[in-house]
Design a protein around this ligand. Sequence first.
Ligand code: ATP
Ligand code: MG
Ligand code: FE
Length: 341
Amino acid sequence: MRVLGIETSCDETGIALYDTKQGLLAHALYSQIKLHATYGGVVPELASRDHIQRILPLIDQVLAQAKLKPQAIDGIAYTAGPGLIGALMVGAMCARTLAFALQVPVLGVHHMEGHLLAPQLEVNPPAFPFVALLVSGGHTQLIEVRGIGKYQLLGESLDDAAGEAFDKTAKMLGLGYPGGPKIAACAAEGNADRFRFPRPMLDRPGLDFSFSGLKTHTLTLTRQLAAERALQPQDIADIAAGFQQAVVDTLVAKCKRALKATGLKSLVIAGGVSANQSLRTRLQASLAGMGAQVKYARPEFCTDNGAMIAYAGACRLQAGQSDDLETPLRPRWPLTELPPL
Ligand code: ATP
Ligand code: MG
Ligand code: FE
């Protein structure tokens, strides 16, 4: 079955073609980063309008890459939530119109299930069951995964998501958007031990997270330093390194706790922050010590993309699931409400 995947939940238009026999055939992404840069964050109405302009040319581009005609599509998957309602509507309307014209089934996919399953697109994919750490711009969750749609929430952030903490801290340090890659690059030049950042909620039992305190800590720290003298590039690098280490330490400790609590030996990390090299390296080393392993997607499939939506959609469409043309979109949508495959 050949499935066209359409991702438009936020500020990237992602399109892909996935074949359940041959794997990923083609994919393309258009990121609106430049469009929103002047505003310091995503402007929802601008995002929707830009998706409208990009979506059809990108679909043409992906079909051309795969050397296929629209008639070769057997099913269509689009992101139905969570996300910005206007942005979701563009992808959904395009998917439904195409599906109606081609007379093929269409299915709304959960954006976080897409992230969660993205590592399945790699060689040597993770086998169920596993513990998943979803770390993205809007989510930080630990989930016990028994199969597709069999999700149990183990813990989550009580305030900011990890990616959000990277973005807000980067903004404070004048590093720009998106903050994750900027902080990571800056931290590589810094000394993580110069400033001691707190390790939020590590002293308490449980699997929940809290990241908003790190942002406040950065603000206090930069103000203190700036009161003495102008911040130097080395100061900023040292702060970035200290911040990143605190986030990574916290994520690693909670992942280990989740593996112990469930008795599982396999961890999957997904979402934009799972592209972070320091997180990957530290998890690998520290899980090896307990006989467990970690898997993740290639960096371009950690952040938003069409391939993960095409894949998640293909799994469900192939199992016979589909939507009608009136199924409502879900700007908020708990992952645990999904039906099992
Ligand atoms: P959600 O998936 O929760 O709806 P989103 O789609 O905006 O949110 P993603 O696209 O999965 O989030 O990821 C974007 C986030 O990942 C941003 O917060 C970005 O700063 C962060 N990120 C990207 N690369 C890195 C990196 N190398 N290190 C740390 N964070 C990163
Ligand atoms: Mg984005
Ligand atoms: Fe995302």
